[in-house]
Write a protein that binds this ligand. Structure first.
Ligand SMILES: *Cc1c(COP(=O)(O)O)cnc(C)c1O
Length: 228
């Protein structure tokens, strides 16, 4: 009786091993399946193996998949750049947003979160490398944005997210450590913050060593992405 060892099973084992090496409880790390460009049947196949959390970058593509998979009990995370004109659908349809990087977007998400739904879970995206070209708030501005966002009634501020520059593995370690330190400072005044969304296919074991609670994996789960 040999079950085929799917990429999901392999990744779960690798995450558990990374946790063990770091002295962390594997239950403290959530595997977020980054499913941009993947079809609804591909997501359904993962859901059949017990995967619940899915991360999407493109709104319309995500809404189509949510409709196709509406019968299933899935948790949807928005992880892409957010334009103001997209906040209404994001607030209505997602459970989490990892990529909040300005107060205007946080305010709109809170105002547009439909009554009757629990608060929308958000992370603040931090530009840990301080690169001009990338989205994310500068490290120096995280505290002000977190304080303001934490006061918005239909949001639950949960923590921080980052996409470090893809160079050396050690480069991301430094960035992960900075993000973890920033979260730990914020927790002095906001003890409910519990989420560090960091680590992708190339560097998630390092992110787990540095305290990630959510790793966002696309390529490692699904193989190389088709070009869009
Ligand atoms: C695409 C994407 C990922 C997944 O990247 P992989 O290298 O394929 O694991 C993670 N996070 C964000 C924000 C992404 O856009």
């Amino acid at each position: 009786m040999h079950e085929p060892k799917t990429p999901l099973i392999t990744l779960r084992q690798e995450i558990a091993e990374a946790c063990q090496q770091a002295g962390r409880d594997p239950a403290a790390v959530t595997l977020l399946a980054v499913s941009k460009t993947r079809s609804a049947p591909e997501l359904a196949a993962l859901a059949d193996q017990g995967q619940r959390d899915f991360g999407e970058n493109y709104l319309q593509e995500a809404l189509d998949k949510m409709d196709a998979l509406a019968e299933r009990d899935l948790v949807w995370h928005f992880i892409g750049p957010i334009q103001s004109n997209k906040t209404r659908d994001i607030a209505a349809r997602f459970d989490w947003v990892h990529s909040v990087d300005r107060l205007k977007i946080a305010r709109r998400l809170s105002e547009q979160r439909p009554a009757g739904l629990p608060p929308l879970n958000i992370c603040i995206q931090v530009n840990v490398d301080d690169e001009d070209s990338k989205s994310g708030v500068a490290l120096a501005e995280v505290e002000a944005l977190a304080t303001a966002a934490s006061e918005l009634s239909n949001l639950a501020l949960r923590g921080l997210m980052a996409i470090p520059r893809a160079d050396s593995k050690d480069g991301s370690r430094h960035a992960f450590r900075q993000l973890a330190m920033t979260l730990s400072q914020l927790r002095n005044t906001m003890p409910a913050l519990d989420t560090l969304s960091m680590g992708m296919s190339a560097d998630y074991p390092v992110a787990i060593e540095e305290g990630a609670t959510v790793v966002r994996l696309g390529t490692a789960l699904f193989g190389p992405r088709p070009t869009r």
